[in-house]
Design a protein around this ligand. Structure first.
Ligand code: IVH
Length: 665
């Protein structure tokens, strides 16, 4: 069995490599999933054969308490910048002078805009991953890096050998498209979008819960090494190729340049074509190819003399701020939005940009009618940088936040300590429309056909005044609406009928409780498997659930204290909505099981472990008896472990317990 499991792991690792590193998958996603599931099944049946570097173990290490410091044996330097061909030639001049050569061979690579990391492999196994930090000391984010599919947990051998020590360095980044779709989802959940790939990469890796990084579409490109023992490489080109052969993804897009002019040509070409790259590059890194020459050149003030970052100019456009519209969101927050005369920046037309809140408009001193600078400098989300005050004609008007809601005319307030203005009218049509759109969205009731145009009509005509009214719609009413025929009315009614049985977590999400996104909804549903229990949950009860913080708990309690929200739940039940319990993805293995913890656990305290078991329906006792189901044995465990063995009670290692919590045991 050990052999079969090992064979499967190697097979899966090979497909990971083909897919993530070479971009040349040999099997379908379905076939890959089958292999992966088979391995999961075998590991569940033979937990003693589970190893930490199995491809199934990428997620699973529990939230750590802060990050440990990780020392870089060789400092991770930063790069000096050049902003033009002239400055790139200056760099080449210095290099040639110091080396006493007429021409130097360079490698030019796209400069990715992400977060730089170091991955330490000993005898081929990933033992540590860290952020750059200040260059000497970074943060140990091993658990998070392990969740990235293009980070191999074991390197591939070259000619049957793996290097005894490899400190690979590279950039964690996200593809632009992935950032856009992630942000779309976040906005639906009422979460702030990530402004650029760098923020996302940093925000995901510097996260205490690896499940968060696991859920983010992060990728890695390696471009450098620290220490390397057991392999010889002489040039940057060889280094990039060797990294790829070891299974460490390196960017196939680079140029070997004989002389600086070829490097400048690459820089200029990439600047023109950067839109066609799947990721954001903010420049080109030009490096001396020969590693021996690099050592001769050395470094100066934390930057190597052998490399330079040739940055692309920030991409900005100039246009007119035609209007500042104020939008009302689901929670009543008023957001000023810049309506711009359309302008193309980096091949993308910009016609609107959020201005976030009144303070931001004031800080930037934006007036309606201003000529403004807009940019997408490596940033996916367009931004208004500021006005060109010298272009003012005197006809510009300052922006004032309305004192009444633009949608319902109700009062607008700015609560103390908040930057946001809010409409307080719970029945404000704009809020109702947004709430309905959230309610029917994919993470919620997922009702096809209920788009903004339909929802506008329903609310404007007074047919739907609150969400539960949706369930009272009939064919006659629907057919009376614009653009709704017999057929689509039928589809809408069928969608409503279908959704009467909905998974509880989706219902929790759909309600639009502050701070409760899709993940939190799952967490809540696992801990509070019926609707009634969340209605009357207390703050204390809620914070006892793992992952629920005081803010979220407060948001939930406040939400259900509100009459309207309680009525909504009641109305849903009356309309025949029957939430089904969360799929027992995590809880079946633990429900009703009695746990005893003994010894010291490495990644969490016994109390925390107990809380997590209880959160999933388990019970905890302090002494072992025949009725105990599992004894979790940590370091330096005493007599309880022996008692368990004597009574024939199953013992678990910490890793096995965590696997059980994750639903993998
Ligand atoms: S080489 C000693 N290559 O740019 C220099 N860096 O300002 C080692 N970066 O911290 C870095 N793409 O985060 C190198 N192809 C590339 C890069 C790259 C992005 C980042 C990296 C580094 C920063 C330097």
């Amino acid at each position: 069995m050990r052999q079969e499991i090992e064979r499967l792991r190697q097979e899966i690792e090979r497909h990971n490599y083909l897919y993530h590193v070479l971009d040349r998958p040999e099997i379908s996603d379905g076939a890959y999933d089958r292999l992966f599931r088979r391995l999961l099944e075998l590991e569940a049946a033979y937990p003693e054969l589970v190893t930490p570097d199995s491809p199934t173990r990428r997620v699973g290490a529990p939230p750590a308490a802060g990050f440990a410091a990780a020392l870089h044996a060789i400092p991770m330097l930063s790069l000096a910048n050049a902003f033009s061909a002239v400055e790139i030639r200056d760099f080449d001049g210095r290099v040639r002078r110091l080396l006493g050569r007429d021409e130097v061979t360079y490698v030019a690579e796209p400069k990715l805009d992400g977060l730089s990391v170091e991955l330490v492999y000993r005898d081929g196994r990933l033992v540590q991953g860290s952020t750059r930090g200040d260059g000497v000391t970074g943060e140990d984010v091993t658990a998070n890096l392990r969740t990235i599919r293009s980070v191999p947990l074991r390197v591939r051998s070259i000619d049957g050998k793996v290097p005894a020590l490899l400190e690979a360095r590279g950039e964690v980044y996200v593809d632009r498209e992935d950032l856009v779709s992630l942000n779309r989802g976040r906005e639906k959940e009422g979460l702030a979008p990530f402004a650029n790939p760098r923020n996302l990469a940093a925000g995901s890796l510097r996260q205490l819960d690896p499940r968060v990084s696991a859920s983010r579409p992060l990728k890695l490109f390696c471009y450098d090494v620290g220490r390397l023992v057991g392999l010889e490489v002489e040039t940057q080109k060889e280094l990039l190729e060797t990294l790829a052969r070891l299974g460490l993804r390196s960017n196939p897009l680079y140029a070997l340049c004989h002389g600086i002019e070829e490097a400048i040509a690459f820089y200029e070409r990439l600047e023109r074509e950067r839109e066609s790259l799947p990721y954001d590059a903010d420049g080109v890194v030009i490096k001396v190819n020969d590693l021996t020459l690099r050592r001769t050149l050395g470094e100066i003030s934390r930057s190597p003399r052998w490399a330079i970052a040739a940055k692309f100019p920030a991409e900005q456009g100039v246009t007119r701020l035609e209007e500042i519209q104020v939008q009302v969101g689901r929670t009543g927050v008023l957001t000023p939005v810049a309506i711009l005369e359309p302008v193309r920046v980096r091949g993308v037309e910009i016609s609107r940009a959020t201005l976030h809140n009144e303070d931001e408009v004031k800080r930037k001193d934006l007036w309606v009618g201003d000529t403004v600078v807009v940019q997408r400098a490596g940033d996916v989300i367009p931004e208004v940088v500021g006005p060109l005050p010298e272009r003012r004609t005197g006809s510009e008007r300052p922006f004032v936040m309305p004192t009444t809601c633009p949608a319902c005319g109700g009062p607008v307030v700015r609560l103390e300590g908040e930057v946001a203005h809010r409409c307080l009218n719970i029945s404000c049509p704009a809020r109702i429309k947004e709430s309905i759109l959230h309610f029917v969205s994919r993470g919620g009731f997922d009702m096809e056909g209920f788009g903004p145009k339909l929802v506008d009509q329903l609310v404007d005509k007074g047919i739907v005044r609150k969400i539960s009214d949706l369930f009272r719609l009939d064919r006659e009413t629907l057919v009376g609406l614009e653009r709704v025929g017999e057929k689509s009315a039928g589809n809408l009614l069928a969608a409503l009928e279908r959704t009467k049985s909905i998974r509880l977590p989706r219902l929790f999400f759909a309600l639009g409780i502050p701070e409760v996104g899709e993940h939190m909804a799952e967490v809540l549903a696992a801990a509070l498997p019926d609707l009634g229990r969340i209605l009357d949950a207390t703050k204390e009860g809620l914070v006892a659930i793992p992952e629920v913080g005081p803010r979220t708990a407060e948001g939930i309690v406040d939400f259900f204290q509100n009459r309207e929200n309680r009525d909504l739940v009641q109305a849903l039940l009356e309309a025949g909505v029957r939430p089904t319990a969360a799929e027992k993805r995590v809880s079946t293995a633990l429900a009703g099981k009695r746990f005893v913890f003994t010894g010291t656990l490495a990644s969490l305290t016994r109390e925390e472990a107990g809380e997590r078991a209880k959160g999933l329906g388990g019970a905890v006792s302090s002494s072992v008896s025949a009725r105990t189901d599992y004894v979790v044995v940590g370091e330096n465990a005493g007599s309880k472990a022996d008692e368990a063995r004597a009574l024939g009670v199953k013992t678990l290692t910490e890793a096995e317990f965590l696997a059980l919590l994750e639903g993998r045991g």
